[in-house]
Design a protein around this ligand. Structure first.
Ligand code: PLP
Length: 307
């Protein structure tokens, strides 16, 4: 989607504003230092209206990310969740991706400027999950770039600066003809993809890395619950790339991608080269869950949806 096709209204510091006129100054502190935190949520149309999947969990993670960076969010979590709905309504969006971001403003005095004001903005746009890629599966390149060691950086923060690594790894993968990249930690254990957690299926068990360098994914937690409900053993274990090569199935999870099969890792074909049966079942169960398989306490009414 081109920027000019994006919905015109956003929430900025308490007001619904036109994205065409809302702008950052060239001295923006977060732009220069990557010092901001953000979230990615999805809204879905359900039989009871529009619901934001696991909205409170996402907003809680936004606050946790901010805390790890020492940023004081100037709004309550309740207010930000309501604001997410306001942006959907203002843009008449039902099935959408929502991006809250907390960032600093003018930073003329440089890195050490402690007086920079803190802003919160929420954007939303109709970004559909990748259905074609889900049908065929994607290819992953094990990146030459590695996650930093945990004490060196707050990796559990969904902080803009952390995505520098994801961007570089993604570009490397694309240049070599792959769809996305897999990141290992400094010791060579599997961490996650550029913006998704990873799972493998081995001997009917569902396994995801036990790794402090990967984000505590909300989709990952939902999928682990679904796997258990399907009667599968779910484990968090340290994984090496070789464990992935011998897996029966591999898939990624994220709010944006939902449950996404991986059918090739470097030059190794995963399973029979097609999305595996457990991956497909988990995606169906996840689709049901997000579209009303769980109560939607923050659902917007049908009337509001159609207004
Ligand atoms: C680095 C990274 N890992 C994992 C995820 C998946 O997290 P979630 O399922 O909460 O969207 C994301 C989501 O954006 C991410 O950026």
């Amino acid at each position: 989607m081109r920027i000019e096709d994006k919905p015109g209204l956003a929430w900025l510091n308490g007001f619904v504003v036109d994205t065409a006129t809302a702008s950052l100054t060239l001295f923006n502190h977060s732009l220069h230092y990557g010092f901001s935190v953000f979230e990615g949520l999805r809204s879905y149309s359900t039989s009871t209206g529009v619901t934001i999947f696991r909205g409170p969990e996402h907003i809680a993670r936004l606050f946790h990310s901010a805390q790890l960076l020492g940023i004081q969010v100037p709004w309550s979590s309740e207010k930000l969740l309501v604001a997410c709905h306001e942006v959907l309504e203002a843009n008449r969006l039902w099935d959408a991706y929502i991006r809250p971001i907390v960032y600093l403003g003018n930073g003329l005095a440089g890195l050490k400027d402690a007086s920079v004001e803190i802003n919160a903005a929420i954007l939303a746009w109709p970004w559909a999950p990748p259905s074609g890629a889900r049908e065929q599966g994607i290819s992953l390149l094990v990146s030459t770039h590695r996650k930093p060691c945990p004490p060196s950086f707050p990796l559990q923060a969904k902080a803009s600066g952390n995505y520098l690594l994801s961007k570089v790894a993604y570009q490397e993968a694309r240049q070599l003809g792959f769809d996305d990249a897999l990141l290992l930690d400094a010791d060579g254990y599997v961490s996650e993809a550029t913006a998704q957690n990873i799972f493998i299926v081995r001997s009917r068990e569902l396994i995801t890395p036990d790794n402090e360098t990967c984000l505590n994914g909300i989709t990952r937690n939902a999928v682990m619950d679904l796997g258990r409900k399907m009667g599968r053993t779910v484990r968090q274990l340290p994984l090496r790339p070789d464990d992935l090569c011998s897996a029966e199935e591999i898939f990624l999870t994220s709010t944006a991608a939902e449950v996404l099969p991986v059918t090739r890792l470097n030059n190794t074909v995963v399973g029979n080269g097609r999305p595996g049966p457990l991956t497909r079942s988990l995606h169906s169960a996840y689709s049901e869950l997000v579209r009303g398989g769980e109560p939607a306490p923050n659902a917007v009414s049908e009337t509001a949806k159609g207004a």
